[in-house]
Design a protein around this ligand. Structure first.
Ligand code: ATP
Ligand code: MG
Length: 333
């Protein structure tokens, strides 16, 4: 049996450049080697969008279209809608007994997100405990590999702990997963913030039209210590260069720009214009494939339904083993 990959995205908006270098690129690269399941995590998105569930509904198919646009092969990969696999909710309940409040409160990513949302003590339990639900997502598919960005490492570690706990308490049913980081583990935002993130509005989306990409890039944060193009500039920690490193296929151009930037021989405008051109080379074919799928939403819906059907079958098989291991497989009558 081929080893499995499970990973996914919250349908809180379209996918962006950070998703690409953090995770999508690895998914595309490994899709023919691994039995791959991509979860559109609408339940997880509900944890901070429960007042506006209608926003998620619109985004589910958009995320699926982004997958297809970057080259996910729907004949190989199963695209699964999380809320359509109720077995995930069941496993989450079982896992809740295997995690302590102290452990959840130590999770650095959740801590940071609680701070960003200004939840304080009014954090919804669903939000605060989402690492448990994420552990179920990974465990129910018995995934060995989880391609993710750096912010997800604490979630994978939490999953590994839960799986070890389950296997030692009941029986060796579940698989301990490994994280696989992308070429860029954490792409900064266009605002210079640590992470490009849908919720922070500092993104370049894979589906953005050229004019939007240009505006985004031209207003990007650069080196704050540099006032004139003749001042020597900093390349490290400068998001414009982080994007050049990640997306510009003309490596010689990137090296030349860095050299001139450090020496104060190139202005921000030229560096940004060249980034626009590089992003266009990268995004144009993605945009073209996306337009093709956008014109056939019925087909995309079919792909998602079929992926979810196959994903659910895997989840049901795992749950039969889980219940047996936990002596919950009562046979009445
Ligand atoms: P939200 O703000 O709604 O949480 P997000 O932009 O963080 O959205 P997610 O759907 O939470 O996106 O993340 C999906 C996957 O993409 C995860 O594996 C995450 O680590 C990865 N990812 C997201 N943003 C980045 C980034 N800036 N750099 C690298 N990987 C990223
Ligand atoms: Mg996120």
């Amino acid at each position: 049996m081929a080893k499995r990959i499970l990973t996914g995205d919250r349908p809180t908006g379209p996918l962006h450049l950070g998703h690409y270098v953090g995770s999508l690129q690895n998914r595309v690269r490994l899709q023919h080697e691994y039995d791959t399941y991509l979860l559109i995590a609408d339940l997880q998105a509900l944890t901070d969008n429960f007042e506006h569930p209608e926003h998620l509904n619109e985004n589910v198919l958009q995320v699926a279209m982004d997958y297809l646009a970057v080259g996910i092969d729907p004949d190989k990969v199963k695209i699964v809608v999380q809320s359509m696999v109720p077995e995930l909710a069941e496993l989450t309940i079982y896992f809740m007994n295997l995690v302590t409040v102290a452990t959840l409160e130590r999770n650095p990513t959740v801590k940071e997100e609680i701070r960003q949302h200004r939840f304080g003590r009014a954090v919804p339990v669903g939000f605060w405990s989402y690492p448990i639900s994420q552990a179920s997502d990974i465990a129910i598919f018995k995934a060995e590999l989880v391609p993710v960005g750096e912010d997800q490492l604490p979630m994978i570690e939490q999953t590994r702990e839960i799986v070890r706990r389950f296997n030692s308490l009941y029986s060796e049913v579940l698989v301990e997963p490994k994280a696989l980081l992308g070429a860029v583990a954490r792409l900064p935002g266009t605002d210079g913030g640590a992470k490009m993130s849908k919720s922070l509005g500092n993104c370049v989306y894979l589906s953005d039209p050229p004019e939007t990409v240009r505006k985004r890039v031209m207003s990007m944060y650069t080196d704050p210590t540099r006032i004139h193009p003749t001042d020597p500039g900093h390349v490290e920690g400068n998001p414009v260069f982080a994007y050049h490193d990640a997306f510009n296929d003309d490596r010689a151009e990137v090296e030349e720009l860095k050299e001139r930037y450090r020496a104060g021989r190139v202005g921000d405008v030229e560096v940004k214009q060249r980034l626009c051109a590089a992003l266009e080379r990268f995004l144009a074919p993605i945009r073209e494939r996306r337009a093709h799928h956008l014109s056939n939403p019925v087909r995309v819906r079919e792909i998602v339904l079929e992926g979810t059907r196959q994903g659910r079958a895997v989840a049901q098989a795992t749950m039969a083993e889980v219940r047996a291991a936990m002596k919950l497989d009562y046979k009445f009558g």
